[in-house]
Design a protein around this ligand. Structure first.
Ligand SMILES: Cc1cc2nc3c(=O)[nH]c(=O)nc-3n(C[C@H](O)[C@H](O)[C@H](O)COP(=O)(O)O)c2cc1C
Length: 326
């Protein structure tokens, strides 16, 4: 399939695996890229720029295909050495970067001078327009359904994507809530040049996470995610568990006075415990509503081939027949 996104990134299928903390390691990124999509290593999961350089080298050993690196600019007390992470990306010969969180403007010259294509993840049209204005090559439009940080506007993709199609000149992908071929077709119909999936890719054979995490996604329905950290305007969609219940209780108690210190034990340092050790109650971890649509653990190649084959059947089958019927 050829779309503005496959053309931009030099990939076979318009399917991207979004950066995910402690999930986006070389194993998953290489598996997605080898299957014809775009795999993405999560930069900040690597503790130092040298570790990221080693992870990039490991990924090159596993795939000859293009892959990207995610750089997340989130509010943090001690900012990571982003310039050094970018140097590791450039020296590692990576040509695609997914940015997220704060505006990446300060880092655009370094990235663009190195010939890197930048796709910025945005949860609103105003941020998408800003990304376009500062020279991003594409936007990943993340709807309210998404796992992780949906922003504060609460606009689902059924509205956000057609608004992006009206407003943007650069290509964009639909991100958030997607896991099936019907949704892929819908995203393309709404103007997106492809899709970005997070949660769906965790429930794959190659995702380097504990089996408990995959089982939890399979067991979850679309009703099982919660929004946390709303009072701090750092909203995150997570899978419900006892730690999340406790966070919501504290948010109710403290209201607008809630401070990060009140919930630090429940949100900080959680990912290695959940993703690596399988301690499912260790704290809050991102998960999308699409969990309700996930019922198997295929390989990345099986998943991507299935999505593409079913999407083409839907387009050439039902949709073409309905259109032909006047
Ligand atoms: C476990 C998990 C960790 C994530 N970590 C990050 C991250 O570190 N940086 C980032 O930009 N997005 C992160 N995301 C968001 C994904 O890249 C993607 O935008 C999102 O999952 C799309 O929504 P979906 O899960 O409904 O497919 C994470 C998502 C999940 C589920």
């Amino acid at each position: 399939m050829r779309t503005p996104i496959t053309e931009l990134f030099g990939i076979q299928y318009p399917i991207i695996q979004g950066g995910m903390h402690y999930v986006g390691l070389a194993e998953l990124a290489a598996a997605v890229s080898n299957a014809g999509g775009l795999g993405i290593i999560t930069g900040l999961t690597q503790k130092t720029p040298a570790d990221l350089a080693a992870e990039i080298a490991r990924c090159h050993d596993m795939t000859p295909k293009p892959f990207g690196v995610n750089l997340t600019f989130l509010p943090s007390f001690e900012a990571p050495p982003y310039d050094e992470y970018i140097a590791a990306i450039i020296d590692g010969g990576v040509k695609i970067v997914e940015t997220a969180g704060r505006n990446p403007e300060a880092y655009m010259p370094a990235l663009k001078n190195a010939g890197i294509s930048v796709i910025h993840k945005c949860t609103s049209i105003r941020h998408s327009l800003k990304a376009e204005a500062i020279g991003c090559d594409a936007v990943s439009v993340d709807g309210f359904e998404c796992g992780g940080h949906p922003g504060e506007d609460d606009i689902p993709n059924m509205i956000l994507l057609p608004r992006a199609e009206e407003a943007l000149s650069v290509p964009f992908v639909a991100s958030g809530g997607i896991g099936t071929a019907r949704q892929l077709v819908a995203a393309l119909a709404l103007g997106a040049g492809g899709i970005n999936m997070g949660t769906r890719f965790i429930a794959t054979r190659e995702a380097p996470v504990h089996q408990n995490v995959k089982d939890a996604i399979l067991a979850a329905s679309e009703l099982d995610t919660k929004l946390i950290m709303r009072p701090m305007r750092n909203t995150e969609r997570v899978l419900n568990n006892t730690a999340v219940d406790r966070i919501i209780e504290l948010e109710r108690e403290k209201g607008a006075d809630l401070k990060i210190d009140d919930i630090r034990d429940l949100v900080g340092g959680v990912y290695p415990k959940v993703m690596t050790d399988g301690e499912m109650e260790a704290g809050a971890w991102s998960c999308g509503m699409v969990a309700g649509l996930i019922s198997d653990i295929p390989t990345c190649a099986e998943l991507i081939e299935r999505l593409m084959a079913e999407a083409k059947d839907i387009i050439r089958g039902d949709l073409a027949a309905w259109a032909a019927d006047g």
